[in-house]
Design a binder for this molecule. Structure first.
Ligand code: UTP
Length: 298
């Protein structure tokens, strides 16, 4: 079985759901507590054993490239002023030289097209794909679990979570087949089905392990829903010739490309951090209590 060494992180989308914040600032650089959301994806990939990160960037996204670069003046100042904790945190987040590549999606034609833009850098090997605005929250990162399933099944792996069955129209949904080593075989994939037509309530949460043949399918891919080149359409075609398994993630994924998901992620991550919990718990509890009083009085 071929090892998964590379992870593709597409960051070329326009982030229209989060305007006006994302007009000049990439949504992938919005911070959850004190780290940009893209950092969570990179950490998750490295924790899962990924050796090389491929970013697919676009116009107005150069700040992401700068973020992963070294800033000598900043490092010198932190050293000189004895801010060693901050210095250590910067060194920890720095990918090794040569272990990160950037390619460009000149026009945001959709997720499938963004993935296709990474084809030459990925080459003929399986790769992980992480949508950075989907932030995993749990005891361990989602990709590590998907990787374990892949090591047993090979083929393609999609991470999934269960949504409210009335909300399947918001997600890519998979059909559930036989149980396989903690996961299950994927029988079909449907983009945003109405609840009555949905094959299950397992939604695709933004973590994938894909075989390189997906690039050939994306090569000839026609535009799908929303006039965009859809990754789900290519995966559905790949499903005809290769196995797909689902890894049910035991944690929770926040959609930080939406305002509500982003706010929830900030609260969840802050409450989970020993250095933040006491600072935010009481003020949040007070805000909730006073909102409840206002609701009751209304
Ligand atoms: P989304 O569909 O959430 O991103 O894509 P979007 O289009 O930027 O968001 P909205 O719906 O307008 O608010 C998931 C990931 O895929 C990237 C995005 O940057 C995001 O990280 N993406 C999406 C691309 O790189 N290129 C695209 O053409 C579309």
């Amino acid at each position: 079985m071929r090892k998964v060494r590379k992870a593709v992180i597409p960051v070329a989308g326009l982030g229209t759901r989060f305007l006006p914040a994302t007009k000049a600032m990439p949504k992938e650089m919005l911070t959850v507590v004190d780290r940009p959301v893209v950092q969570y994806a990179v950490d998750e990939a490295l924790d899962a054993g990924i050796e090389h990160i491929v970013f697919v960037t676009g116009r107005n996204k150069h700040v992401i490239e700068d973020y992963f670069d070294i800033q000598p003046e900043l490092l010198d100042t932190l050293k000189r002023t004895g801010k060693l904790e901050q210095l250590a945190s910067l060194s920890k987040m720095q990918p090794a030289a040569g272990a990160i590549s950037f390619t460009r999606q000149q026009v945001p034609h959709g997720l499938g097209h963004a993935v296709w833009c990474a084809r030459d850098i990925v080459g003929d090997e399986p790769f992980a794909l992480l949508l950075p605005d989907m932030v995993s929250f749990g005891e361990r990162g989602c990709l590590a679990g998907a990787m374990e399933l892949y090591q047993q099944t090979g083929g393609n792996v999609i991470a999934v979570e269960q949504c409210d069955p009335t909300e399947t129209h918001k997600y890519g949904i998979v059909g559930k087949g036989e149980a396989v080593r903690g996961g299950f075989a994927v029988t079909e994939m449907v983009e945003k089905p109405a609840p009555a037509a949905a094959p299950s309530n397992y939604y695709i949460n933004g973590r994938y392990i894909l075989q390189p043949e997906v690039f050939e399918l994306l090569d000839t891919q026609e535009r799908g829903a929303g006039g965009e080149i859809q990754l789900t359409d290519a995966m559905r075609r790949l499903c005809e010739s290769q196995p797909f398994h689902a890894h049910p993630y035991r944690g929770r994924t926040f959609d930080c490309g939406s305002k509500e998901g982003f706010i929830q992620a900030n609260v969840a991550f802050a409450l989970a951090r020993a250095d933040m919990r006491d600072l935010v718990l009481q003020p949040i509890a007070q805000m909730i209590a006073s909102q409840q009083r206002r609701n009751e009085a209304a």
